[in-house]
Design a protein around this ligand. Structure first.
Ligand SMILES: [Mn+2]
Length: 424
């Protein structure tokens, strides 16, 4: 963790400017009938989970270039995640990936407590083979043609639930690489029937207060067809399973220009929006940093979420899921967590009464201008003040760089080779 006097020093240098900016924005918002303190309170309460695998350097199908001080195991990952939360105060939880992060529950719990984190969704892995594994997932897992392979995948998911129960998690995300690479390789219908049968066995083992999340993905690793290829198939799964099953929306898992915010609205309307994997993309499932390419789309997604947040039953899980190939993963995750918070704050600024009025009177120009007014507002002083008052850093990246954390862990953690887990 980073010493508190380093954060205090960095904040001392920046607090006068922050106070001035915050007061100025407060006066501006006051003229719009918005109480800046109320927005700040909501932003301060907002949290997005960090994926344990996100603190390691990612890669593409070309190569992976590990950075200095790569985490060696889940306990190093939790240290890095603890630093992200320490500086941003926006990432109170970590999502584990099993079996990459499998360790005794007591050890995971005590480490999480040490670094001030709790555990978010559990993630199962039946898209790659482990060393001690009896049946291969080369041709699928939950939808495999072989019953014993399907059972092995079911058992793995149930083991994820059991570990999750021991560390305070309340959700399981199933993600499979199942699909096909050639037309004719699989029968779409029979393959999906096998998937549904196996997923139902996992659902049956789910505790009453848990949520089962399924994630659609258009392509990769199966490049011709994937068994859960789009939100329609995802919704069918959630409907077939039952009330505890909901859909996970990974922003990168859509074709370019797909109206993701509308998918969010549809799933919300029917109580089936379970959560998000936030990232950004230019072309496909690029796993770029959240808000780095299309921050307006992220805002439009949050506009739907703010629209729905008055419903007490509406509580989707929020997580970052991105691959950091050329940046320090800690810096990328801090900036991305801030971008998610920013989109939330901007969406909170939208005058919903005025918007509804313009919608009802078919004033398209004023409706879209009203919406965009929220997006155009620079809410950085709200985010920075929320961090500052919660004990975080006004400028997380500057404080992190001043701390020398990366050099410190690089001296403790041996350099690693370029091989390692991918990201989904
Ligand atoms: Mn994902």
């Amino acid at each position: 963790m980073i010493k508190s006097d380093i954060i205090a020093q960095a904040n001392d240098a920046a607090s006068a400017k922050l106070n001035a900016d915050y007061d100025q924005l407060g006066a501006h918002l006051d003229r719009r009938g918005i109480d800046i303190a109320a927005i700040k309170t909501k932003v301060a309460k907002y949290g997005v989970a960090v994926p344990s695998w996100g603190v390691g350097t990612g890669g593409t199908r070309f190569a992976r270039f590990p950075g200095a001080g790569e985490p060696r195991h889940v306990f190093d990952k939790l240290d890095d995640c603890g630093v992200i939360q320490q500086l941003t105060r926006a990432t109170p939880s970590v999502s584990l990936h099993i079996p990459w992060d499998t360790q005794p529950a007591a050890d995971l719990n005590s480490k999480a407590e040490e670094v001030g984190l709790v555990f978010d969704t559990m993630n199962s892995n039946t898209f790659q083979d482990q060393l001690d594994q009896e049946h291969s997932y080369k041709f699928g897992s939950l939808s495999h043609t072989d019953a014993a392979t399907r059972q092995q995948a079911v058992d793995h998911n149930i083991a994820c639930i059991e570990l999750g129960q021991a560390i305070g998690s309340k959700a399981l995300t199933i993600w499979v690489g199942d699909g096909s690479n050639f037309p004719g390789q699989t029968n779409f219908t029979r393959q999906f029937e096998r998937y549904l049968d196996a997923a139902k066995q996992v659902y049956t083992a789910l505790p009453d207060d848990w949520t089962l999340l399924t994630e659609h993905k258009m392509y990769e690793p199966a490049f011709y067809s994937t068994v859960v290829q789009d939100w329609g198939t995802n919704l069918l799964i959630a409907q077939q399973m039952g009330d505890k099953a909901k859909c996970l929306v990974d922003l990168g898992h859509h074709a370019p220009n797909v109206n993701i915010e509308m998918i969010v609205a549809r799933l919300t309307q029917f109580g089936k929006l379970g959560g998000f994997h936030f990232n950004d993309s230019k072309y496909g499932d690029d796993d770029l940093d959240t808000g780095s390419i299309d921050p307006y789309r992220l805002f439009l997604v949050f506009n739907e979420l703010v629209e729905a947040e008055s419903n007490p039953d509406f509580n989707p899980m929020h997580m970052l899921d991105q691959s950091h190939n050329v940046t320090d993963p800690i810096e990328s995750l801090m900036v991305s967590a801030t971008e998610v918070q920013r989109a939330y704050a901007q969406a909170l600024l939208v005058d919903r009464t005025a918007l509804e009025g313009f919608q009802d009177t078919n004033d398209a120009l004023m409706a879209t201008t009203t919406l965009k007014h929220g997006f155009r507002t620079d809410v950085e002083p709200i985010l920075a003040m929320a961090r500052f008052e919660s004990g975080g850093a006004i400028d997380p990246v500057a404080a992190y760089r001043a701390s020398g954390y990366r050099a410190k862990v690089a001296s403790e953690r041996p350099a690693v080779s370029g091989v390692g887990g991918g990201i989904v």
